[in-house]
Design a protein. Sequence first.
Length: 199
Amino acid sequence: MLQIEEIFCDIMGVRLFAESYLHAFSYLLAPGNGSQRSLRYPKITKRILLLRRAAEALKVDIPQDFTESFLPEDDPTDPTTAFLVSIADTVSESCFPDLLHRVQQIADTKKIPIRDVQKVGKIADRFKKWVVPTTEYENLVDILCAAWKCSLDQSLWEHIPQLRRTAWERVLRDLAYKSMEVSEVYLRLQKAGVSTEAS
């Protein structure tokens, strides 16, 4: 059951946050320690495979070298435990199509926005060229994907000599946070029926 919950959460993460989920997953968990696998989670190779399947189904780009970034894990040395875990692996993987369908169902019902590639590019360009946050409402997923896109750009602010490379991460993080705040303000004003045209 724990494996199925984890797979469901991974699929939901890909649906909610698109490429940014995969980047964050790799940032936090890769390469791993290559030791014995956890009994509570799917084996990392299986988890990566299912993440890739979810990304492909949800039209999310898979980062380069995503699969290769992780060290393989060893199976339990105890034969009985290894057998039971292999059963859990097989059962949890067989649930993938149903879990994917359920995630899509929930996301559609809740009207969760889908990552917009053009908006991601626009936000990323704004961060890179002007070093300013967004000035209008943007979906969280687009802001996060834009921030990751900039984070992976090794020449991000080389055209701005006043901005030291050692400060890039902090500045980018601030831009992303401020963009989220701006979007939250716009959303609240919209819900209150206040016009945002003048701003």
